[in-house]
Write a new protein. Structure first.
Length: 417
């Protein structure tokens, strides 16, 4: 139980994880200070696909990766890229990541991620309930788009895993595909449709408005870069920023990919790597999908957003300091043209962001020992989906309440020696 009457709880990083945490802490009666080196919602939370992906329980490191990764790397239209210069420093992470690419690990990870993800649409609705932000959270179906039934069948392992969480699609072929999504070109002839999903139509603006809501309700946001944490008797007492020290009753690290540097400052070497992802927004599009979808051949999400049609995805393994590459952007253009051959638009906007990814695909949610330093980062492909629940779970821990899911698998202490 943290007493925040004398000094605030400081939340470091105003992406979806940090902003959600700040709001739930504030609702629980805490004095909360939210810090970010930039404006809220400008990190990975800015440019993602906007999918509330409760279905994304099966990790990228599935046994299928042994089959798919070499194929993707050799195929110029494959969705996996490597920044070759970063490979030596990424090797330990890659080794650990691939050690999970087996059936046993996949089932274990699914068992851990399912309780975090299954109610994500409801969690977002709870976060915005009785606020002016309710319009952001949309119910939808979600379609996985395949060239044909045999491509869907080749994905059988992934669907067998999703079925463990009762995620069973309706499979459409032939004319039903174009009746459901008329903008799809004739190279795509199979849809696997899940009901009861959700999406956000501008994730960056959503997070910015959540931060405004936090301030409107009495919370404080300060633009400052955190450079270290100050401790006394093993407990954090200060957050040290580029503008000076700030006393705190607890500190919560929700700094996305940059959390790795802060964790290093407190003596923990966390194997967090950047899965770099890209988006292209097609402005003033002539067509929009009826519901969000995933083009499975290119592993990118397609979502009708306020600013246009956003196609976002691909994975490029590399350092988050390295410049953006052109190849993933060109691929998104190429594959979008193939998927939607009739699409016209007035211009495009392009972006790169960093998925903060752990080799075991599980975010770090919990307290580091009894240090009053808490973590809420490492959400890989599902940070928008799981951010609000992460904030609620951290609030439970800070209030000394027993969370309603087992947080042991997410404990940051799994990296303490
Ligand atoms: C192309 C792409 C598509 C994606 N699609 C989806 C999707 O459809 N659904 C989904 O659920 N997820 C998706 N994701 C993943 C999702 O975007 C991330 O998991 C999520 O945004 C991570 O949120 P975060 O709050 O942890 O980090 P971020 O949003 O990156 O926020 C971290 C914040 O911390 C701040 N910060 C960092 N260091 C410091 C410091 N030292 N001091 C102060 N502030 C600091 C940063 O400025 C930043 O604002 C996608 C990601 C990409 C790249």
């Amino acid at each position: 139980m943290i007493d925040s009457t004398v000094a605030p709880i400081v939340v470091i990083g105003a992406g979806i994880c940090g902003v959600s945490t700040a709001i739930w802490l504030q609702r629980s009666g805490h004095q909360v200070l939210l810090l970010d080196k930039g404006s809220p919602g400008m990190g990975a939370s800015y440019g993602n696909s906007g999918l509330l992906a409760a279905w994304s329980i099966d990790p990228v490191s599935s046994p299928q990766l042994w089959r798919d990764a070499p194929k993707y790397l050799l195929d110029p239209n494959g969705p996996l890229f490597l920044k070759w210069a970063s490979i030596p420093s990424l090797l330990p992470w890659l080794r650990q990541f691939m050690s999970h690419a087996n059936d046993t690990s996949t089932r274990r990870i699914i068992g851990h991620l399912s309780p975090l993800l299954y109610d994500s649409v409801e969690q977002h609705k709870s976060l915005v309930r009785d606020t002016t932000l309710q319009r952001w959270v949309r119910d939808s179906k979600f379609s996985f788009v395949y060239p044909d039934l045999s491509a869907f069948n080749a994905d059988a392992y992934s669907w067998k895993m999703k079925a463990l969480a009762d995620l069973v699609p309706t499979v459409l072929t032939g004319a039903a595909v174009r009746e459901t999504e008329p903008m799809l070109g004739d190279t795509f002839n199979c849809l696997a449709v899940l009901e009861g999903q959700g999406h956000i139509t501008d994730p960056g603006q959503y997070v910015a408005e959540l931060a405004d809501h936090f301030c409107h309700e009495g919370g404080r946001f300060v633009k400052a870069k955190v450079v270290d944490l100050g401790k006394q008797n093993g407990c954090v007492t200060q957050v040290i920023t580029d503008q000076g020290p700030i006393p705190c009753s607890a500190a919560i690290i929700t700094s996305g990919i940059w959390s790795k540097d802060l964790m290093k400052k407190i003596g923990l070497n966390i194997p967090l790597a950047a899965e770099r992802g890209y988006h292209v927004v097609f402005q003033n599009p002539s067509q929009l999908p009826n519901d969000p979808m995933l083009i499975t051949t290119g592993k990118f999400g397609v979502n009708a957003m306020d600013m246009g049609l956003r196609c976002a995805g691909t994975v490029e393994l590399g350092d988050h300091h390295a410049a953006a590459s052109r190849a993933p952007i060109k691929l998104l253009h190429r594959l979008t043209r193939k998927a939607f051959p009739q699409l016209e638009y007035s211009g495009t906007d392009e972006w790169m962001g960093f998925r903060p990814s752990m080799p075991d695909s599980k975010p770090l949610i919990g307290e580091i020992g009894n240090s009053k330093v808490f973590t809420g980062f490492g959400h890989q492909h599902i940070g928008l989906t799981a951010g609000p629940k992460t904030g609620r779970l951290l609030t439970n821990l800070i209030d000394g309440q027993l969370p309603n899911i087992d947080l042991e698998p997410f404990s940051p202490d799994r990296f303490r020696q």
